[in-house]
Design a protein around this ligand. Sequence first.
Ligand code: AGP
Length: 610
Amino acid sequence: MCGIVGYIGGQQAAPLLLEGLGRLEHRGYDSAGVAVLGGGTGRSTVRIARRAGRVRDLAESLPARFAGRCGIGHTRWATHGPATDANAHPHTDASGRVAVVHNGILDNAGLLRRRLTEEGVELTSETDTEVLAHLVARSVAPTLEGRVAEALALVEGTWGLAVLHADFPDRVVVARNGSPLLIGVGDKEMHVASDLAALVRYTTTVAHLEDGEMATLTATGFTTYRQDLTATATTARVLEVDPASYDAGEHESFMRKEMLEQPAAAERVLRGRLDDRFATAHLGGLGLDAREARAVRRVKILGCGSAYYVGQMGASLIEELARVPADAEAASEFRYRNPVIDPDTLYVAVSQSGETVDTLLAVQEIRRKGGRVVGLVNVVGSAVARECDGGLYLHAGPEVAVASTKALTTMFLGFALLALQLARVRDLSIAEGRRLVDALRALPEQIAEVLDTEADLVAVAKELAEAESLFFVGRVRGFPVAREGAQKFKEISYRHAEAYQTSELKHGPLALISPAVPTVAIVPDDELVERNVAALHEIAARGGPLVVLTHAGVDLGDLAATRIDVPRSERELDPILLTIPLQVLAYHAAAHLGHDVDKPRNLAKSVTVE
Ligand code: AGP
């Protein structure tokens, strides 16, 4: 949420900053800005350009003279104050000699704003960040490092930030506390960014700052230290990343690219983790030996949004296969109800970004109370991954579109592996284990089969897009599928899409069914199929249009419905194959409505605020 870039070296900073911001735009896209240090041999000055709107708007409006070989930039997702030019970062002090970009939230900004105002400072924005610029400017410490540290000592909250100061033109000072910051080492130039996506085009030699750490970047290197200015030993290492994986390539959007990457992502998450000899899964990173796995009495899964819904799919898998009570809860709610932390419960945090602050705080709360948490996380080295006692990486590759697709699929498979491992140290027979191992192996190809039907789904998507309001319904294993389907649809099409248990419709929502309100129903060929079909008749009888995701051979009788057959897996694994067409429907509905599918309004990738 929000993106930071910075550069110091021999090249002109502004084009590099704008290019980096373009790559971070999925993290926040309501306003953007850059600051450069200019002034040649004379007295240095800070020049700032910032405005509401997209990075391309900023690029078009940049003054012709915007030279400087050192600069910082920001793309914003508004927290304090609306998306206006004045609230866009970088923020500066009254003298205009300091510029600050900041991700995160300063909890005591209100108090500090009041104090500064009382002392005669004129604040020009509604943001929390602006106070930092004034605090840095008011410090009389002899070094920029000392000034930033003194300012940070006065604020409470979270930050990833970068500071320029015209009196110290040879450096950029950065700091991290709860919001990621990475330093990229180039050839006689240094970069900083809040996300690898903005660095990979320039360098893959990267240092990750820790919480509480600061760093100084000069054109020739970087040093790291704590907020009390004592040195730390953070070093850069070469990351194995393919810069091309951060580009949309020939695809019209990242979301479409990422949907199509699902078969390959599914293969990666399974690779090396299936054991044919004992028909189980090996998840060494969990750090659970057989005895500990057997001792687990309960599983509690925590995630947000789509990660929460796939967590519900995971809970179902674990409970069915391992016969351990399991449930999922929104991490954003968990922490606030003073949860009882049970030593025999295995807590599982699930997150694509590993940055979602609600999930991170839930993990910290559990560990603070002595609970054991493992993570299913995509981004290697992210905060959630680092906070957990163990876990497994999802290997989905970079996910840029705000709407999560391939990460979600790998999460489901991660849960299937976890369920299999827990089940096979308990009562699941080797024959049953084999049934699942074989089915898991077949999934990547079956996912590809579903994606191959994309062209057939376009017309259905266009019809659904015409409705102002829709239901997505399912039962038991199918209910989280419906929730995820509704989430994806509303997120990018801006249509009201409500998920409901099929069985609950008659207890209220049936009142809303009409020819104008279509229902997308999840009807796998399982033990509930007849009941599901009966409920669909109740919808049809009220004139509600139906789209039914089901399996070939399921008899829908005389039901007037658009039917979408998906390939069969084993019952426990069917949910993921039923989820894929829902992504495709959402995508084409949004595209048909002319929306920017990668950057849905009001949202951002990685929600790093509570
Ligand atoms: C997914 O389409 C959403 N954009 C959102 O719900 C997302 O899944 C959620 O914010 C959790 O993100 P995370 O997986 O990075 O923790």
